[in-house]
Write a protein that binds this ligand. Structure first.
Ligand code: CA
Length: 451
């Protein structure tokens, strides 16, 4: 099920695009993540692109120039699309064949001069869009550290519910409000009630939070009624991105029982624009999280020797914050936490298999997210809820501003990268969003009638 390491991962490869050879770049020639972009002056409809250094290789332009002539027709057709759904639907062979061709095209070779035509757009000039039409979005809860931290805040005596070690817990999220990195996030309004109040109020969320997560896109889907076996699961995963599952803790706390998250989550979810393929991540695969001896073994349909050996991903995710005041004073964003995706209790294969285990059909372009990535150590908690212990222990920013939860003007930036000795560093780019308050809508704040 795991993708083999091949010539496209060779750390000695260099590109004729100079910025791709920078040791610090997220997008060396060994990465080749896919995204969708538009450019004001160059084209009407969005094109599929591949990030390489500080440039985007325009796949539509490559097709026009005949650079993909030897590729199978369904693949070149998919490259002309304005989203990644068709490419995802073709399955593993397609993205792998394309990656091979792109690696050849972008490599520095003494015998061949690079194509001179207009196939590159600087990332800085492009508008980066959602990579796919996301039909459905599901959010899991796969970090046992996050689940335990949050559980302790709400149920100190019984932090982890009895199903946690058996079921990759998840809920159906809202696809319509998934936005690309850079989109401003309006502070949501909603019902909330704290423990001192006898009735709820309606108004701006005051406990607005982020959740640092990793998302993965479905490549080929499954028919309704047919589940996907654990050892085939990764054949149905196209690649990964970063996800910020913005969460209004006050709205969430009042609404979530008995049916789970709803309006406290559905106002916005931000994703990073580049999808890093599972093939690009092959050098960074590692054993899945090792369960303590006393924990139950996963049930058979979620159990696989191969997944235990290689189902983990050595991916570091980091969250940074910059307040409006910090930017005014030209301060760099401050890092709030850093965690390893390897520490997740459930693997991406287990999440996908569990999702289809009742016969639920996944479709190309569906997005599944891991849930907040938190680790065991301090400094590895992926939400403010955990860091500030539900607001009771605010943190201090370099400007001496205090934060329990997010304030207007706060910018949250997620970053992700994989590093492994003997391989080129592969990064995910940024997933960023900034909170603003819509002053007009705040006038509608009112108390809910009580009887
Ligand atoms: Ca979440």
């Amino acid at each position: 099920m795991n993708r083999p390491i091949n010539h496209t991962h060779d750390p000695k490869l260099r590109s004729w695009i100079e910025s791709a050879n920078d040791k610090e770049t997220d997008f060396p020639i060994q990465n080749l993540p896919f995204g969708v972009f538009s450019h004001q002056n160059r084209m009407g409809t969005p094109h599929i692109g591949v990030a390489i250094g500080r440039q985007i290789l325009d796949l539509f332009a490559c097709c026009q120039l005949g650079l993909f002539q030897e590729l199978p027709e369904p693949l070149t057709l998919a490259c002309r699309s304005s989203n990644l759904n068709e490419l995802m639907a073709l399955g593993t062979w397609a993205s792998s064949t394309l990656r091979d061709r792109l690696s050849q095209l972008l490599r520095l070779k003494n015998s061949q001069s690079p194509p001179e035509a207009n196939i590159l757009v600087p990332i800085a000039e492009a508008k980066l869009l959602l990579p796919a039409k996301i039909g459905d979005y599901t959010d899991f809860y796969a970090s046992i550290f996050h689940a335990t931290n949050v559980g302790q805040l709400f149920r100190p005596d019984n932090p982890l519910l009895p199903n946690y070690k058996y079921i990759p817990v998840g809920y159906h999220g809202r696809a319509s409000s998934i936005v690309p990195s850079g989109t401003r996030i309006k502070r949501p309004q909603g019902q909330q009630k704290n423990s001192q109040e006898s009735v709820p109020t309606f108004g701006d969320s005051r406990f607005l939070d982020y959740e640092m997560e990793v998302g993965f896109f479905v490549s080929s889907g499954n028919e309704l009624g047919r589940s996907i076996a654990i050892d085939q699961a990764e054949e149905h995963i196209f690649g990964l991105c970063l996800v910020n599952d913005w969460s209004a803790r006050d709205i969430q706390a009042w609404e979530y029982q008995p049916l789970g998250p709803f309006l406290g989550k559905s106002f916005a979810t931000t994703i990073s624009p580049w999808v890093v393929t599972l093939e690009a991540l092959a050098p960074f695969r590692c054993p899945a999280f090792v369960r303590p001896e006393a924990d139950p073994k996963p049930l058979k349909y979620l159990s696989s020797l191969l997944d235990a050996q290689l189902g983990g991903i050595n991916l570091t995710v980091e969250v940074l914050l910059s307040s409006a005041q910090m930017r005014e004073q030209e301060m760099l964003p401050v890092s709030l936490s850093k965690a390893s995706f390897q520490q997740m209790y459930w693997t991406i294969a287990q999440m996908l298999t569990h999702h289809t285990s009742n016969g639920c059909n996944l479709r190309s372009g569906d997005l599944l997210a891991s849930g907040t990535v938190s680790g065991a150590e301090s400094g590895s908690q992926g939400s403010l809820l955990e860091i500030t212990k539900r607001g009771s222990q605010p943190i201090k920013l370099p400007t001496d501003e205090m934060r329990s939860f997010l304030e207007d003007g706060d910018r949250v930036i997620l970053r992700g990268y994989c590093e492994q000795k003997g391989f080129a560093r592969v990064g995910f780019g940024e997933c960023r969003g900034e909170i603003y308050e819509d002053r007009l809508s705040t006038q509608t704040t009112e108390r809910v009638e009580s009887k």
